[in-house]
Write a new protein. Structure first.
Ligand SMILES: Cc1ncc(COP(=O)(O)O)c(C=O)c1O
Length: 366
């Protein structure tokens, strides 16, 4: 039993009885992983499901999680070792870990005050203070990134862009110019348990990522220094079943988001991210204007679970102190990320919340 009256997140996955026949088929195939038939079917279905900014076909490479997918994407991008990759300070640490583990150099950047993530204009302004070889914006809290604005950024600057859209599967349009990673962790909107995707228009990136997700084997010989990042058949089966309920799962989420917006609009000093008000988030962060500690305390007293996803910001972690940090006012200054640390609180947001619970949460916060 949970210690919370209202929990922050609850996975919404298909129930086992809806896919037992597929599990039985997997058993009779005796093929449980290594690019089996369910993984192949799942990747093909995902390629149709995703929308591309110009309708160009997209390759989908499934992985065991998004962290592996980020590493594979960077390592098979053509970027050299030591390349400077800009990441937002407010993100899940997997973003920066993937850069470091790919033997590249992260540049930790302050985020935009309105959008709580990197924007093309913000990154271009920070180029006055540092050089970068690539940038990896994050679809923070599941708010889809603006693919067309980032395509224009590539056209203007020539700097390659990679999206960490871990929490935005189903919401994020994919640009053929921007390789994109998604997560299918149980707590993500398109949850399958554990899983990740690399989506790219580049056939070369897709085929080398796939090869390196299987140790780097080609016909029994290791051709590259890969690792084991394959999606197992079990997860592909959950994914195939998740497609069938996706519209209903999304509708429930949209209804809860609409009610939350109505309730939060009545609060004077707490707000959601206005810049993203027409997008569907994965987790719900509210801005308490510097009073996160007090709001968290009140929620705990009322057995309402809260989380501060993506916080503290990366530049505050001791282990990342040696890396370059940059903001709009120059090096070593990330004031927006620090303001967000004292202001953002993640409140319960999932498909099993009742209308009464949403009203209750907002009343307590008020
Ligand atoms: C922005 C971001 N990147 C990467 C990840 C890692 O995803 P996974 O748990 O599938 O490895 C997450 C997970 O929450 C995330 O939010």
């Amino acid at each position: 039993m949970s210690e919370w009256a209202i929990e922050c997140l609850k996975p919404d996955l298909p129930s086992v009885e809806t896919y037992t026949s597929l599990l039985a088929e997997m058993d009779s195939n005796q093929w449980y992983t290594n690019f089996g038939p369910f993984v192949q079917k799942f990747e093909a279905k995902m390629a149709q499901f995703l929308s591309s900014t110009d309708g160009a076909p997209l390759n989908v490479v499934s992985c065991n999680n998004a962290t592996s997918a980020l590493e594979l994407m960077l390592q098979n991008s053509g970027l050299p070792k030591g390349a400077k990759v800009m990441v937002p300070s407010v993100t899940f640490p997997a973003t920066i870990l993937a850069v470091i583990r790919s033997e590249m150099e992260p540049v930790i950047a302050d985020v935009c005050e309105e959008e709580w993530t990197l924007t093309p204009a913000g990154v271009e302004a920070m180029l006055d203070y540092c050089d970068i070889d690539a940038v990896m914006p994050v679809a923070s809290f599941g708010y889809a990134l603006d693919s067309r604005a980032w395509e224009a950024f590539i056209d203007r600057t020539g700097i390659p862009v990679f999206f960490d859209s871990a929490a935005a599967l189903g919401q994020q349009e994919v640009s053929p110019k921007i390789p994109t990673v998604f997560s299918m962790h149980a707590t993500k909107p398109f949850g399958i348990g554990e899983g990740g995707l690399i989506v790219t228009a580049s056939d070369a990136m897709a085929s080398s990522s796939k090869l390196n997700s299987n140790f780097g084997f080609v016909q029994g010989l290791i051709k590259d220094i890969g690792f084991n990042a394959k999606l197992a058949e079990y997860f592909a089966i959950v994914g195939l079943t998740q497609f069938e309920r996706w519209d209903a799962v999304t509708l429930k989420r949209e209804q809860r988001w609409a009610l939350y917006k109505e309730c939060i609009d009545t609060l004077d000093t707490v707000d959601y991210c206005q810049a993203h008000k027409n997008k569907l988030p994965a987790t719900l962060m509210v801005n308490t204007q510097g009073r996160s500690a007090a709001v968290i305390k009140t929620c705990i007293e009322n057995k309402i679970q809260t989380r501060q996803w993506y916080l503290p910001p990366l530049h505050k972690h001791e282990i990342f102190q040696s890396y370059i940090k940059v903001g709009l006012q120059g090096l070593d200054k990330c004031p927006v990320s620090e303001y967000l640390e004292s202001s953002l609180v993640g409140i319960p947001f999932h498909n099993f919340l009742t209308n009464e619970q949403i009203h209750h949460i907002c009343a307590i916060i008020k």
